[in-house]
Design a protein around this ligand. Structure first.
Ligand code: GTP
Ligand code: MG
Length: 592
């Protein structure tokens, strides 16, 4: 079966610089030649520096650009202005200044607080642009235009559906899906701005405070709209602890119960509520092993999880990022698997006894470590540890050793990216691999790169690569593990059925991305005796004139879907009211 799949070859075009976080950054070796890989630390440092020289300003609309640009560039150098709109239809411009000093100059010259007794003034990188009082200043027509308009708008699912339908191969579908749904530059900038906001607010209370994004916001597997995991650290710089320095700050000894940081996180939560503009719905989860404060950031539409000192989480993100950038197929494949798992409800936005995106990602990476007929795609973690040098030593909290090779340029070329298998082949092989995996006795270990004996009888065992005594899927129940086994078999079967060459309306990845409910409904609505499944789109019979071509029909139907969702009063005809209700429920639940 897999042999036939290997015939779907895909052109390998290896990338010279790892993306998507660093398109705009060019790194060079001492010799001056461009580096093939940049490090995670370099990317994060660039993004943090970018955030430090940026401001987010609420404006009236995108046409406020000329005035805002004219006003700010009077005081300082503006690199670029990026526009976005949040779900409350508020417009914002992210202004990146030439330097942090340029930003400071602007703030010194023209920032202001509101004149109200109800407000306790606070300074953060989030501001608003007040209408000019008196006569409006004329700004000469600048040649500059917005770097991006509506920078964070979500992908139109129906358009994406159509584009996926029209792809030539499943490999093309996977690349398209990845490129359309991954975090874009605007979204990444905003995540670092939200982190910067907290840093600015907390730095008056905690010395050397740093707030860093981790998890899918930076590990290369983040989808538009994914949550923002943040870690607060307050490590004191080594020079600030030198015994030769004689003026030592008077400080309070950390006091508290099980963890003094539980109390500090309580304070942090209160500060978020009282002092951080845009923050809403703060929830404290302080009794967990890693205390977390959850909140929503309304100006950026981000759901945030803030924890303290979880540096192993950051190193874990670094490890995932490194593996994801080693080969261009890793991220698209992982995206597809994560979306498939969401579509068949193996994962859920809520915590429970099911698998989550993080262990699922480890499963994909582990699969790519397996030896194939023409070499391996990803190296084992033990290989990366063996090659680590002095600069790679990292010790996280509780003395956890997180040392592994950081500079992938040092990795021998024949130790990764060796196979020519297409994404289509890999996706099929992924499902086939786990359909045959011995979950009963074996554990997934990225450290070894091969399955190892399970140390206990938990249904699913995925070794935590940085803390090998732990199982990152310990929460997964027997039933959920059984469902996982069943769904990988179903997916393999679906992809195998493509071999007959027919392109139905759920061909390739489409058949894997639709929710079970949608699939069941489609089965229910099989029409005539031609065994064609009715597309959800076909269920809408809008009052439109007869259309001739298939693409006309699709775009007209899409328009009717949009209209129907925009206006509840619109009179759409369904086959019956039960179908109408079902369709609305599906469209509401549809997740891409
Ligand atoms: P999504 O938020 O679902 O997009 O994926 P995510 O990778 O961000 O996962 P999540 O928000 O659940 O966790 C954030 C990060 O915390 C992960 O990327 C890991 O680095 C780390 N993490 C999550 N679960 C575990 C775990 O069980 N053990 C350890 N050591 N780290 C974990
Ligand atoms: Mg996350």
């Amino acid at each position: 079966m897999s042999v036939i799949f290997r015939t779907f070859k895909f052109n390998l075009h290896r990338k010279s610089v790892n993306t998507p976080y660093c398109k705009c950054f060019i790194f060079r070796n001492a010799s001056g030649s461009p580096k093939k890989f940049i490090t995670f630390d370099e990317v994060i440092a660039q993004r943090r520096a970018e955030a430090r020289r940026s401001l987010v300003v609420q404006v009236n609309s995108e046409s406020s650009f000329d005035e805002l640009y004219g006003y700010c560039s009077k005081y300082s150098i503006v690199n670029d202005v990026h526009h976005y709109q949040n779900s409350n239809n508020e417009h914002y411009m992210l202004i990146e200044f030439g330097s942090e000093d340029s930003k400071r100059e602007v703030l010194k010259a023209c920032s202001a607080h509101q004149k109200s007794t109800d407000i306790m003034p606070v300074q953060s990188p989030f501001l608003w642009f007040r209408a000019a009082s008196g006569t409006k200043e004329k700004f000469s027509n600048t040649k500059k235009s917005l770097a991006v308009k509506h920078g964070n708008s979500k992908v139109d699912e129906d358009m994406l559906f159509k584009e996926l339908l029209n792809c030539e191969s499943v490999s093309d579908q996977l690349l398209l899906l990845y490129n359309k749904t991954k975090l874009n530059d605007m979204d990444i900038r905003l995540r670092f701005m939200v982190a910067r906001q907290l840093e600015a607010i907390f730095s008056s209370i905690y010395a050397n405070v740093a707030i860093k994004p981790f998890g899918s916001s930076v590990n290369g597997f983040g989808k538009m709209g994914c949550d923002l995991d943040l870690v607060l650290t307050n490590t004191v710089a080594p020079e600030m602890m030198e015994a030769s320095r004689r003026l030592v700050f008077q400080e309070k000894i950390c006091e508290g119960g099980r963890s003094p940081w539980q109390r500090h996180m309580e304070l942090v939560a209160t500060l978020l509520e009282l002092r951080a503009p845009g923050v809403a719905r703060v929830t404290r989860i302080l009794n967990a092993r890693v205390p977390i404060v959850k909140y929503s950031h309304e100006m950026t539409d981000l759901d945030c999880d803030l924890c303290y000192n979880n540096t192993s989480g950051v190193y874990m993100s670094e490890l995932l990022w490194l593996l994801g950038t080693l080969d261009y197929r890793v991220q698209p494949l992982t995206f597809a698997v994560r979306m498939w798992a969401r579509a068949c409800s193996l994962t859920s936005p809520h915590p429970g006894r099911w698998i989550t995106n993080f262990p699922l990602t480890l499963m994909v990476l582990f699969f790519l470590q397996q030896k194939r007929h023409d070499g391996i795609i990803l190296p084992s973690l033990n290989n990366l540890i063996k090659m680590a040098g002095k600069d790679d030593i990292r010790i996280a909290e509780e003395n956890l050793n997180c040392t592994f090779l950081r500079d992938l340029n040092k990795l021998p070329e024949d130790s990764y990216g060796q196979s020519n298998d297409s994404l289509q082949t890999l996706l099929f092989q992924f499902f086939e691999f786990y359909a045959q995996f011995d979950f009963q006795d074996r554990a997934v270990s990225l450290n070894e790169g091969v399955a190892i004996r399970k140390p206990n009888s938990l249904p699913l065992y995925i070794v935590n690569p940085l803390e090998q005594v732990l199982n990152v899927s310990r929460n997964v129940s027997f039933e959920e593990c059984e469902r996982l086994k069943m769904e990988v078999r179903n997916a393999a079967w679906h992809l195998e059925s493509l071999l007959d060459g027919k392109k139905t309306d759920d061909w390739g990845i489409l058949g894997l991305l639709e929710k079970q409910t949608t699939r069941n409904l489609k089965k229910l609505l099989k029409v005539g005796n031609n065994h064609r499944l009715v597309s959800v789109k076909d269920l809408f019979v809008a009052e439109t004139p007869e259309v001739n071509t298939k693409s006309d029909r699709i775009s007209k139907t899409e328009q009717s879907i949009k209209d129907s969702l925009d206006s509840k009063t619109r009179n759409l005809k369904f086959k019956n009211t039960q179908v109408a209700k079902q369709v609305y429920r599906i469209r509401r639940n549809k997740l891409l």
